[in-house]
Design a protein around this ligand. Structure first.
Ligand code: CO
Length: 131
């Protein structure tokens, strides 16, 4: 396993890139709108991992709610697993609270599933399986 990315909630990707891109020097390798999750994302490679900037596409986006409550910050961490179905089954058997009982298609066409923060010491956890 490895950390695939850290998801950071931002109001405006263009504005956020002034820091992450211009000032810090990361490259915006990939931008995409994930309709299913009502977010626009930018992926910035950083070593073996990435920073994922998440911008809401509307008022009803989960990211909008997060920004209202906290005004930005780390939204989730994403761990890459080889077999997401097996990982979910194991977590469930250990009593973890799953937001997604089965994987769905996330950014970059990867299979993803979220685990509830109440089982992860307050951290929203995304599992992702590379395609
Ligand atoms: Co993510």
């Amino acid at each position: 396993m490895k950390i695939n990315h850290l998801g950071i909630a931002v109001k405006d990707i263009g504005e956020a890139l002034k820091f992450w891109g211009d000032a810090l020097g990361l490259e915006n390798a990939h931008t995409e709108t994930v309709e299913d999750q009502k977010v626009r994302i930018a992926m910035l490679p950083l070593g073996e991992s990435r920073i994922e900037l998440l911008e809401p596409t509307g008022e009803d986006s989960p990211i909008s709610k997060f920004l209202e409550k906290r005004g930005g910050g780390i939204h989730h961490i994403a761990i890459e697993v080889e077999d997401i179905e097996a990982a979910l089954a194991k977590l469930k058997s250990k009593g973890a609270r799953l937001i997604d009982e089965s994987p769905r298609i996330g950014a970059e066409g990867c299979l993803v599933a979220f685990v509830h923060p109440s089982s992860v010491n307050g951290v929203l956890l995304e599992l992702t399986q590379a395609n």
